[in-house]
Design a protein around this ligand. Structure first.
Ligand code: NAP
Length: 316
């Protein structure tokens, strides 16, 4: 089968198309004929072996696919155990394969599988948002951010403040329901956040860039505010001193979806699928690349040139 295989860790150039054997499902696993593979920002870290979970070479990147179960013919989406998605066929544990309702398109389901469940649990499990609180969604036109903006409203946020790196992406965030949209560049961000919140500090920040964006987000955080860290897109980590937390009564909370139990995952997925089917949650479909264009797809994602959900059409 055709697949993208990584034989050495490095930049986007290590994403090469290869002809590899079709994987064999073991007991308890399911073979999926892939129609679309989802890209996640984490794939750009995995390519460098710099993500939370580490890899042995060679491997096929990609942690989520949409397609058809080979054994039953059902349309499904599947989460993969850290690898295997950028390919014509993928193997997933049966517990991570979800049948799709007829009215949910592959690309919509794929956008909700990892990014939708993450957005849901950022509010419900990590930030524990209370009605009326103000929320900042960093990089709000991205795959995860665009869903965070909308779920902020759903879960009762009093004000949703979006950040994004271009005028076009800021307009998108406003269209999705943000009350204000500011530049995601770190310089002077704390002041822009306070201004966007009527001069008051904010209750919750959903933060995935790290480095100076984290520091600026903290400066704008209210007492009893929660700064939820769920990514390090800048590849810069931050230090937090405990004294400074207690001095300001602030919390810094980490989130990684791999810690969700099957029940937690299922509750969130069922809810976002239902909201999308009812038209309450809009999936921002991003660019679609051919499998052979995986390198360009990752370059565009990491180069801040995309919005919405980025996918690979594995038939081309
Ligand atoms: N912890 C978890 O379980 C989990 C699950 C899903 C996603 N995530 C994390 O959430 C973040 C978003 O992931 P995604 O898959 O939805 O991707 P995405 O938001 O579509 O990623 C692309 C966007 O990231 C923003 N960005 C901010 N700082 C960046 C930087 N230094 N370099 C490049 N882009 C930067 C850019 O938006 P602007 O230019 O508009 O700022 C860019 O357009 C990633 O950090 C990812 O690792 C974590």
């Amino acid at each position: 089968m055709r697949a993208i295989q990584i034989e050495e860790f490095g930049g986007p150039e290590v994403l090469r198309l290869a002809d590899v054997p079709r994987p064999d499902p073991a007991d308890g696993e399911v073979l999926v004929r892939v129609t679309r593979a989802g890209l996640n920002f984490a794939d750009t870290h995995t390519r460098e072996n710099a993500y939370i979970a580490k890899h042995d070479l060679p491997f096929i990147p990609g942690t989520e696919v949409a397609g058809v179960r080979e054994d039953t013919g059902e349309r499904v989406v599947a989460r993969l155990p850290g690898r295997g998605g950028y390919a014509e066929y993928a193997v997933a544990p049966e517990s991570a394969v979800v049948a799709l309702p007829d009215d949910l398109a592959d690309e919509v389901a794929l956008a909700l599988l990892i990014q939708g469940t993450t957005a849901w649990h950022l509010y419900r499990t990590a930030a524990r948002l209370r009605a009326g609180e103000s929320v900042v969604v960093q990089s709000a036109a991205g795959g995860t951010g665009s869903l965070c903006v909308q779920l902020g409203r759903t879960f009762g946020a009093g004000r949703v403040i979006a950040t994004a790196g271009s005028e076009e992406r800021r307009s998108l965030a406003l269209e999705l329901g943000a009350d204000a949209a500011i530049d995601s560049a770190p310089e002077g961000m704390a002041d822009r956040l306070l201004e966007a919140n009527g001069g008051r500090p904010v209750d919750v920040v959903l933060e995935m860039a790290g480095g100076p964006v984290f520091d600026e987000s903290r400066k704008a955080l209210a007492p009893f505010g929660r700064l939820v860290v769920y990514g390090i897109s800048s590849r810069e980590q931050n230090e937090v001193r405990t004294g400074s937390l207690l001095k300001r009564s602030q919390a810094v909370v980490g989130f990684w979806m791999n810690h969700l139990s099957d029940a937690m995952f299922g509750e969130a997925l069922g809810d976002v699928f239902a909201r999308a089917a009812r038209g309450e949650l809009r999936v921002l479909e991003g660019p679609v690349y051919g499998l052979s264009e995986a390198r360009r797809a990752q370059e565009d994602l990491a180069g801040r040139r995309t919005s919405g959900k980025v996918t690979l059409d594995v038939s081309r």
